[in-house]
Design a protein around this ligand. Structure first.
Ligand code: PMP
Length: 315
């Protein structure tokens, strides 16, 4: 992921990459006490502009994670947005960008949560990141032997760094076994999500996806795709539990997320899905998603935050 960034936004200012350090005794380091967002900005050649995609919704989810973790974010949404814009502008990128705002606990008592008792810091990382070739060829998936964190122990709804230990176990196992992104079941044995994205399948013309109570992150891409399927493509969507064996009889399947975008799945546990190539609903949805993210659909322009026009306004 670390490719080409020269700067980091840290606690209110843009600093050189090498200066963005945190003490080893911080709670973030010792116990994974941090929350974060992963969002993208898309370059629109048509508009000569870079758009943050659904940035406001990412900030809302960051605040939701903070609330559950009893963290106080010491910056306003406007300040964080200005930080994202400034960071990209300093790099001058005119290509797809991945942004990662992080809120963390610094040094202090392990159980402290009040701002006066523990330092809470914020930083934003940004990288240029283009789509993976597997987006068009599809990936071979499997069902992980690891289960997704249950809400009663480590809520998946919270995008905390610590939740990604669970994700790492599943992803490394799948990679060692020669698969791409795995599907994780929850403790009830129903399909939950992947280590870093949500899951959707097509059965008999209906898109089916696990509900937000299936130990998933409340994915912004999932919500985006549900809207596009229903309102633009006229495809019915059902949010319901999915059995493991349904994975082996579905017509199409995909993972979705800000990072994975709309990723077709061509097999699961060696069961070929459909014709073993990305399905027609998946391909149409993927195309529409990228058009919307690049500002080509007026109806969804409110989902986009222009980076360079915004920067000009800030100056
Ligand atoms: N689930 C998990 C565990 C994730 O890490 C992500 C990526 N943030 C998602 C789902 C997809 O969420 P979003 O569409 O908001 O990026």
């Amino acid at each position: 992921m670390v490719q080409d960034a020269d700067f980091v936004w840290m606690d209110g200012e843009v600093v050189p990459w090498a200066a963005a350090t945190i003490h080893v005794a911080s709670e973030a380091m010792l116990r994974g006490a941090s929350i974060f967002e992963g969002e993208r900005a898309y370059w629109s050649a048509e508009h000569d502009e870079l758009y943050l995609f659904r940035h406001e919704e990412h900030l809302q989810r960051l605040r939701q994670s903070a609330r559950v973790m009893r963290m106080s974010i010491p910056f306003t949404d406007a300040e964080i947005t200005a930080g994202c814009v400034e960071l990209i502008r300093r790099h001058g990128w005119r290509d797809s960008v991945h942004l990662r705002p992080v809120v963390y606990f610094g040094e202090g008592d392990a159980h402290a949560f009040r701002p006066q008792d523990i330092r809470t810091g914020v930083f934003i990382l940004a990288f240029q990141r283009s789509s993976k070739p597997s987006l068009f060829s599809g990936i071979r998936s499997c069902v992980s032997t690891w289960r997704r964190n249950p809400d009663v122990a480590a809520p998946s709804r919270v995008k905390s760094a610590a939740n990604y230990h669970n994700a790492r176990l599943a992803q490394v196992e799948a990679s060692l076994n020669g698969f791409g992104t795995p599907v994780m079941l929850n403790l009830a044995g129903k399909v939950s999500e992947s280590p870093g994205s949500c899951f959707m399948m097509v059965r008999k013309g209906t898109v089916v996806t696990p509900p937000v109570t299936a130990d998933i992150l409340e994915s912004i891409t999932r919500e985006t795709l549900i809207t596009l399927l229903r309102d633009e493509m006229g495809v019915p969507v059902l949010e319901r539990d999915i059995d493991r064996s349904e994975l082996y009889v579905c017509d199409e399947a995909l993972f979705c997320g800000s990072g994975q975008e709309v990723q077709p799945i061509v097999s699961i546990d060696h069961y070929e899905i459909g014709a073993g190539t990305p399905g027609p609903i998946t391909a149409a949805l993927q195309k529409l998603y990228f058009e919307v993210a690049r500002g080509l659909h007026e109806r969804y322009r409110h989902w986009l935050t222009p980076v360079y026009r915004q920067a000009a306004m800030v100056e």
